[in-house]
Design a protein around this ligand. Structure first.
Ligand SMILES: [Zn+2]
Length: 387
């Protein structure tokens, strides 16, 4: 069990509900090696941490490697790369794809789509958010597709250090993405925060340990069309709503409502890479919740709750979820905020909060033992920053 024991020195650190690239990199490694998580996790982690043994991820944390296409509802499908999913809608006029994951996966998917749905090219790619583990590889579809994202994606890709999850921030303020900045949060809280060094070193030109933002995004094709709050896409007889829920895990997220299928596709929020078969799972809470106010997280949940859908699927989670699952996530954040806020009003120290705020109603949620204290700490710093 690994718990952050010291506060973040930088007040506005990015944080995210779960360490996506760690798992993405691990998944790719496992695919390449044909190993199980148990076989490969420890040496992979040790290599990532520069020789520091950190141990394997908690049992059941990540889905096993493998790729497949599964039917969701109506004309909507998902395709997965281990625990990472894309969604796609098949229409008479072509295919609408949500996310591309990686160049290698995108090539595989393109071949699969050509076999299963001949004569139906991918005409639109919608990005769920700008984090690389979900959106690399778009160039594979650029011969036929138009790319759409929330407008924040262009800001994150304009040359500045982008908003990243997992408490990955520009710690040395040099504008470069340093391997150390990815590795340090991983070393402090393995499998929950940070990422492998290879997330940077594989992209840095010349084999170095620092990538420019342009190098880092080299395999992410920028959106051709962006929107601000909502956008309606009518295509092939279908109506698709793109919704910016608010800032949460990312600051440029899009939830995609397939209205004819009454299905919402959303990635990393509200279900992150820790989620497999239940959303009753504590958030990893790296940094003060991704640098976004708890009120924004709660607003984001409410935005999704206000949409008209029957099931929710997305970038993570082996099953379909319900609107009630979304509401439970919002209730968790409201409860956490209330408990920590009340303790602050009573003048309790953070150390006292760690001991007395037990989050009792959530004792049976996944990762309660590992993540109760990080959640309290993240909420405490969040409420200090965003008064
Ligand atoms: Zn993400």
């Amino acid at each position: 069990m690994l718990i952050a024991t010291r506060p973040s020195p930088a007040p506005l650190r990015a944080a995210w509900r779960l360490n996506l690239w760690t798992a993405a990199t691990l998944g790719a490694l496992l695919l390449a090696l044909g190993l199980s998580v148990a076989d490969a996790a420890q040496p992979a982690a040790a290599a990532a941490a520069g020789g520091t043994e950190v141990g394997p991820p908690p049992p059941g944390m990540f889905a096993p490697p493998g790729r497949s296409i599964t039917h969701v509802a109506g004309d909507l499908y998902r395709a997965n790369n281990g625990g990472w999913y894309v969604g796609f809608l098949v229409t008479p006029a072509g295919i609408v794809l949500v996310d591309t994951l990686s160049t290698d996966f995108a090539r595989w998917l393109k071949r699969q789509l050509a076999e299963r749905f001949p004569g139906k090219p991918v005409k639109y790619v919608i990005y769920s958010h700008s984090h690389w583990d979900h959106v690399e590889g778009g160039a594979v579809f650029a011969d036929t597709a138009t790319f759409i994202g929330q407008e924040g994606m262009l800001r994150n890709m304009d040359g500045r250090y982008p908003a990243l999850p997992g408490d990955i921030v520009d710690r040395n303020d040099d504008g470069m993405l340093d391997a150390e900045e990815f590795e340090q949060p991983f070393t402090e809280r393995p499998w929950f925060c940070g990422a492998f060094r290879s997330s940077v070193t594989s992209k840095a030109q010349g084999g170095g340990t620092r990538a420019t933002p342009a190098e880092f995004f080299a395999e992410v094709r920028k959106p051709d069309i962006v929107y601000s709050e909502r956008m309606t896409l009518r295509f092939g007889g279908k109506t698709i709503e793109l919704v910016f829920p608010g800032k949460n895990h990312a600051n440029d997220g899009t939830a995609v409502l397939f209205t004819d299928e009454r299905t919402l596709f959303a990635t990393d929020f509200p279900a992150d890479a820790l989620v497999q078969k239940t959303m009753r799972s504590l958030p990893s809470a790296c940094g003060p919740f991704d640098g976004h106010p708890l009120s924004e997280w709660i607003r984001s949940y409410r935005t999704l709750e206000g949409l008209d859908f029957d099931i929710l699927v997305g970038g993570h989670g082996a099953v379909a979820f319900s609107k009630r699952d979304v509401a439970e996530g919002r209730e968790y954040f409201e409860y956490l905020r209330h408990e920590v806020d009340a303790a602050m009003r009573r003048g309790l120290s953070l150390e006292q909060m760690r001991k007395t705020i037990l989050l009792e109603p959530y004792r049976d949620w996944a990762y309660y033992d590992q993540l109760r204290i990080p959640n309290i700490e993240a909420a405490y710093y969040n409420l200090k920053i965003y008064k």
